[in-house]
Design a protein around this ligand. Structure first.
Ligand code: SAM
Length: 310
């Protein structure tokens, strides 16, 4: 038997995960997400790589009689998940465990559904993780996963238009930075081969022996200037999102500026991008109502793959 890879959990920021997830779905679309994942009332469910617990809480909150186990290798994120569970009064339906997705600490056939949200797509050996999910799922139960396109260098992102100089340039620099980051730095931090794309996840579901494999999907869309969102809420989202982006960029520049420059994104480009981003952040800070005026949209296509254990 091959040795299971040790978990490389990456560099996920709980605040950013929570923020993204909070605005990802209009409430009316959530039942569809649960349906695609194969989640039903009274199930025993495992959420692998639960992070700060977005999906864990959604399952526990939405489905009567479920027992949900959230597992993650990052204790910091689990701490945040614990805190959120208490806030929402969901403690008695959920168990949180530190553990490795490649070596799940459960007996065979312990769950009716094992699932994960944006985890397989960032792993070095997704097949090994799928096989572990299958092992701990009962016969006739579901194995599912939400995966994103972060390996494909092709995330659409519309930045809105500001009455400030540099609209075109900010798009260009942002694209170049993310492209360089995904190609030159991120695979090493996550210990993944960046050729892994979502097609492989689908193929691996089939190759792993799961039956009735099906694919669904949706487009996660953040549009804080949308009229369905109040100005206060939209401005709070846009402001937090810009702040977290600036913090992340400062961190990347500090920790990986040299490597990025060697890979083609120069120090001058970085400075220019930060300046343009800071100006946009300050512009929104001056008047919350401007969130409508600039109408930024952030999008992320997600695929939901599901199979049945034979
Ligand atoms: C992109 S985050 C997604 C978190 C959460 N599912 C969500 O959607 O908000 C990826 C998560 O996978 C976890 N992870 C990655 N590799 C893992 C492994 N081998 N075992 C356990 N957790 C792992 C990370 O710690 C992180 O919380």
């Amino acid at each position: 038997m091959t040795k299971a890879p040790t978990p490389k959990t990456g560099f996920w920021e709980g605040e950013s995960l929570e923020l993204g997830r909070r605005y990802a779905y209009p409430p009316e679309s959530l039942p569809l997400l649960l349906d695609y994942l194969g989640a039903e009332a009274n199930m025993r469910i495992l959420d692998v790589g639960c992070g700060s617990g977005f999906l864990t809480r959604l399952l526990a909150r939405s489905l009567p009689g479920v027992h949900v186990v959230g597992l993650d290798a990052d204790e910091k994120l689990l701490e945040l998940a614990r805190h959120q569970l208490v806030e929402e009064g969901l403690r008695d339906r959920v168990e949180l465990l530190e553990g490795n997705a490649y070596l799940l600490p459960f007996e065979p056939e312990s769950f009716d559904l094992t699932t994960s949200y944006t985890v397989l797509c960032i792993m070095s050996d997704p097949m090994k993780a799928i096989q572990e999910q299958i092992r701990v799922t009962r016969k006739g139960g579901f194995v599912s996963a939400v995966t994103c396109f972060c390996h494909t260098d092709n995330l659409p992102h519309y930045h809105g238009r500001y009455p400030l100089p540099g609209n075109h340039r900010v798009d260009e620099l942002n694209y170049q930075l993310w492209r360089t980051w995904r190609q030159a730095i991120r695979p090493r931090l996550l210990d993944v081969d960046h050729d892994i794309v979502n097609q492989d996840i689908l193929w691996q579901f089939r190759a792993s022996g799961l039956k009735d494999v099906r694919i669904d999907g949706h487009l996660m869309l953040f549009s804080p200037g949308d009229d369905r969102v109040s100005i206060e809420e939209g401005a709070a989202y846009a402001s937090a999102s810009h702040r977290l982006t600036l913090e992340r960029l400062e961190k990347w520049r500090h920790e990986h500026g040299e490597e990025l420059a060697e890979a083609g994104f120069s120090h001058e480009d970085f400075e220019e991008l930060l300046e343009l981003k800071r100006a946009r952040y300050e512009y929104l800070q001056e008047d919350p109502a401007r969130v409508r005026e600039v109408m930024e949209v952030f999008t992320d296509p997600l695929i939901i793959t599901r199979g049945t254990k034979a």
